[in-house]
Design a protein around this ligand. Structure first.
Ligand code: TUI
Length: 315
């Protein structure tokens, strides 16, 4: 069995988070991961307070285990959902795509464990100072909003920079990724892309099929010009966006509007040509639809075998 301080801190069986993926991470997926012994996470993404509260209540009906909520700080409703998690008695909040500083005091007072997703040591240190109980160090291999560093370079540097537990994210989808993360100093992992094809994941089959068919080199990053780089699978949408992104005659607001509604289009309408199919570089290794519980068991059995035999190279 693999037990780390993260299990005890959060009351979970396996030290694994399911990423808070926008338009993907709903009550169904979060409850499945939590019921399997990991930490399921509902994505607040661009929901308002009322919509998030409804999703949280659904999850409470599906599981008695702890689950978290991810707050995407670029959301126009960030302020509102920051209050909803307090009112709904959520115990764990992860944040992404920004600095959660201004909400920290409120959350800590409510007894919420705050675990920001961070792309650098500077932000990790700052979050520790402001009261985070752990950080997710996410490398740019991940899908969605990405930082500059790779998981391999980021995780050990963050582990050295802070005294709180570190969870590794970006490019992890099997036991090898988990074992490697623990060797880099992390006490757990966050997995997104593999859970896209979980049976309990409610996105359109077209999205799942695109992930299942993806090869190692099929992701691209768009959105750098506007300062919000996002990784997803190459398609008609990313080709058009990339072309316009590097065309200086195209104004920023035209680019901005090109990105409106595209996540929902892919995930919920199944238009994987004109929508944005966010996924990480590890998509090439994701080839099997399974229940979330089976994925988690498989990953940890493999990690345990690898770590158990790790001394074979030590002479
Ligand atoms: O947040 C994510 N992944 C995401 S958010 C998202 S929704 C979205 N859609 C369109 C454009 C932008 C976002 C899809 N995927 N991962 C966690 C993450 N956080 N990665 C990088 C960061 C990050 C970046 C800058 C965290 C903090 C930060 O701080 C800057 C500052 O304000 O100091």
């Amino acid at each position: 069995m693999i037990k780390t301080p993260l299990c005890e801190m959060l009351g979970i069986e396996y030290p694994i988070f399911q990423g808070g993926m926008a338009w993907v991470a709903d009550a169904s997926l979060a409850a499945a991961v939590s019921n399997a012994g990991g930490l399921g996470i509902i994505a607040a993404m661009n929901s308002n307070g009322e919509q998030l509260a409804a999703e949280i209540r659904k999850a409470k009906e599906l599981t008695d285990k702890p689950f978290g909520v991810n707050i995407m700080l670029m959301s126009p409703f960030a302020e509102e959902v920051a209050q909803t998690v307090v009112e709904e008695g959520i115990q764990v909040v992860t944040t992404g795509a920004g600095n959660p500083g201004k909400y920290m005091e409120k959350w800590l007072q409510a007894g919420i464990k705050v675990i920001p997703v961070i792309p650098s040591t500077a932000l990790a240190r700052r979050m520790e100072r402001e009261g985070a109980c752990a950080v997710v160090a996410e490398g740019g291999e991940s899908g969605g909003h990405v930082g500059e560093l790779t998981t391999m370079a980021l995780v050990p540097q963050v582990c050295d920079a802070v005294n709180i537990p570190v969870i590794a994210a970006g490019g992890i989808a099997d036991g090898r990724g988990i074992a490697a993360s623990l060797m880099l100093g992390a006490v757990g992992v966050q997995v997104g892309t593999r859970f896209l094809v979980a049976k309990e994941c409610t996105i359109c089959q077209e999205y799942k099929d695109k992930v299942l068919k993806a090869k190692d080199i099929d992701t691209v990053v768009t959105g750098r010009r506007l300062g919000h780089p996002v990784r997803g699978l190459r398609n008609a949408f990313t080709r058009e966006y990339s072309k316009k992104e590097w065309d200086s005659t195209i104004p920023d607001d035209e680019l901005e509007s090109l990105g409106g509604g595209v996540l929902r289009l892919a995930a919920r309408e199944g238009d994987v040509s004109n929508g944005s199919v966010l996924a990480g570089q590890i998509a090439g290794m994701v080839t099997k639809e399974q229940p979330a519980a089976e994925m988690i068991k498989e990953m940890f059995t493999e990690a345990e075998e690898l770590l158990g035999g790790a001394s074979k190279w030590v002479k």
